[in-house]
Design a protein around this ligand. Structure first.
Ligand code: SAM
Length: 228
């Protein structure tokens, strides 16, 4: 019986790989990877030698049928992305959906992803939350932020360092300068940082200290009362 196993990989710190993830990578017949160079480095670090094929966002639609054929001709195929959990702002959803539609067994191991530690350490309520991933760059961005500003639940965004200032300016403009936010940078890495405060205060901080690295932005829900 063919099976697809979706395997999360570290988002910075290689110690975050799980024992099960390593076993799957060692035992599988084939690895599908977002970027084969990134995955081969990870495999080399753990002294794993395995057949790796590319499966990235640009070819996800085009190669779906070919990938399904490969999955069917093997017992265990592993899907990984460059970092974190495939399918979470990374390729993976289409393949998982197609496997489910064709009654191929799909499993995802628990493991690293950026938004969960960012949410839990933010100090904002984490019993109910909305994960939006990356906002659209242009069209629909303002409408989406305005709508997210009405959310009672904690809102989670992925953002690039060169768009963080713009993102915080827009939160000030469309949601309000007094809304509490938390910017989480470089999770699990040497320069890990949490910047908590009102959108206006956090914006001022990053205007004075240019943001670098990988970033998660959390926006407290509309009726939040955290003292940051
Ligand atoms: N699949 C990944 C996951 O499970 O979180 C997300 C991949 S997405 C292409 C990359 C984005 O995730 C980054 O731009 C950043 O917003 C967030 N991210 C990934 N690693 C991070 C880290 N170590 N610290 C903070 N944010 C991170």
């Amino acid at each position: 019986m063919a099976k697809l196993c979706i395997v999360p990989t570290p988002i910075g710190n290689l110690e975050d790989i799980t024992l099960r993830a390593l076993r799957m990578l060692r035992e599988c017949d084939l690895i599908l990877a977002e970027d084969t160079r990134v995955t081969k480095k990870l495999l080399a670090h753990f002294e794993i030698s395995k057949h790796v094929l590319p499966f990235h966002a640009h070819n996800e639609h085009k190669t779906l049928n070919g990938m399904i054929d490969r999955i069917l001709s093997n017992q265990l195929t592993v899907l990984v992305s460059d970092a974190g959990t495939p399918g979470i702002s990374d390729p993976g959803f289409l393949l998982a959906r197609e496997c489910v539609a064709r009654a191929i067994e799909v499993e995802c191991l628990p493991g690293p992803t950026a938004f969960v530690p960012a949410l839990v350490a933010s100090g904002f309520p984490c019993d109910r939350f909305v994960f939006e991933g990356f906002l659209p760059h242009k069209k629909g961005r303002q409408t989406k932020l305005t709508r997210l500003g009405q959310e009672d639940r904690t809102v989670i965004l992925y953002e690039s360092p060169h768009r963080l200032i713009k993102c915080l300016e827009q939160i000030c403009e469309f949601i309000g300068p007094d809304r509490n936010v938390c910017v989480v940078r470089e999770l699990s890495k040497f320069f890990e940082e949490y910047k908590r405060g009102t959108a206006a205060a956090v914006l001022e901080h990053y205007k004075a200290h240019a943001p670098k690295g990988e970033i998660v932005v959390l926006i407290e829900g509309k009726h939040g009362k955290s003292e940051l």
